[in-house]
Design a binder for this molecule. Sequence first.
Ligand SMILES: [Zn+2]
Length: 287
Amino acid sequence: MLGAMRSTRRQRQGEFPPAPEPLAVPVIDSHTHLDITVAEEGAPGGVAELVGLAATAGVDRLVQVGVDVESSRLGVDLAARHSAVVATVALHPNEAPRLGAQLDEALRVIEGLAADERVRGIGETGMDTFRTGDEGRAAQEASFRAHIAIAKRHGKALVIHDREAHADILRILDDEGAPETVVLHCFSGDADFAAECVRRGYLLSFAGTVTFANAVALRDAARVTPIKQMLVETDAPYLTPMPFRGRPNASYLIPLTVRALAETTGADLDDLCAAISATGDRVFGPW
Ligand SMILES: [Zn+2]
């Protein structure tokens, strides 16, 4: 069915890549957007096909991540219908400034969804100074603070989106007091920032970006991260690992990223997979 799934978005060209060799020891995909993948890439078998392909590749547990009220509701629904899927719920940092006066009401909906048993994290939330101007930043920070509070009230993992905002993320976490479990989704810092996150006990989730030729600093970051504090993710349909950068992404491509991580860090592939699997179960499980 892979060949039948075609990319419809200009940024991602062509068909889904061929399936890589499966992993011997299964892992989780700690961050995927099944709804966006189906909507934008047109997988004809829908979520069930994507979940099935992932399992065949040795990616037998997926974390479906919400970015707004609608996708958060959908995630709860997907997690109820698929035993391999659990959900996180949140308003994306780019969503907060857009909501304006409706932000508080949207946060109330997120808080309500957070209580669901299949919701295992609050995210993706955080700071994204890439697209947000100064006026949007205040709303973004208020939203991030509110999500930190929700994560703590419900005892769930905080899944952080950090785009060119490392210092702000740490400042706000220190100010609010971090929840027990903090995951930096699509980790994008250098070795110094990674070491600081490791020291704080945070988890670093590496995406396909770690395979990109120019990602030298990111691979240095992976080398200072103990495998027990590592997670792996697709952020599908985005950030497709090499050699398929630019084509649509899905959880069945995780083996490409895990193998690159093993090569970069010198860790044994099976040991790395076992560590990621155990951490994934501890943070987001049981499935
Ligand atoms: Zn994401």
